[in-house]
Design a protein around this ligand. Sequence first.
Ligand SMILES: O=C(O)CCC(=O)C(=O)O
Length: 258
Amino acid sequence: MRGPLSQDQLEQFVERGWTLLEGAFPASVAGAVRGELGRRIGVDLERPEEWIQARVWLKELLSEPPFTDALTDRFASAVDQLVGPGRWKMTPVMGWWPVTFPGFDGPGYGDDWHIEGDWFRHHVSSGDQAVLNLFCFSAIEPGGGGTLLVEGSHHLAATLLWEAEPDGLESDDFDGPLTAALEERGWPGVVEVTCEEGDVVLAHPLLFHASNPNHGSRPRVMAQPAFSMTEPMRTEGDGLFPVEVPLARSRPSGAQGR
Ligand SMILES: O=C(O)CCC(=O)C(=O)O
């Protein structure tokens, strides 16, 4: 299916569990969001003298411009390529907002490896979160607090999930087994997100990830709205979309799914 993601990017999403959609929304929207968000949290994001905490986390979904201006046709077309057109719904919301600031030693966050989705019980067919979207409202340089991702961890998570069927798993049930499996392997594939303002990280919903202290030079502004599928994920058959391929590949022979 044609769209903004190349074939290589679609393969990267399947194999590594994520890809970067560059220029998903205009830099002018990112700038307007930083300005308005700064007013809401009471911190001018352009004035280092006002950066007095390592993190301010606005746990709100915002449903008006400029926040929703980041939900562009380009973003929607890329998600269509990953999950299938007409199989998910883009609701007009943007949030939450973990804003992190540079200039702090040992800030009290990070080391919070998790699978997204504490609002539903996970099954292999769950479509509660089609894709894990990280909207970059600021450029993120190396060391600048970009989310940590474990490439390939979605394959491990999918295998765990199959083993747990038909009961399924809560999102925090993944943490112990995935940490142990990755510990045993020496944590291969850990990368940190770097991006330009206006990019969106598109990750498999089962990708293990964590926050990361900001030791860069500017506030990191990110949001991760969750959009759900309108039908279950498929785990067998022809014509699977990239989000479904890792689920099908880790399917044990004879499994009934759910
Ligand atoms: O702040 C980050 O980079 C990651 C945040 C996250 O994954 C979460 O809040 O679930």
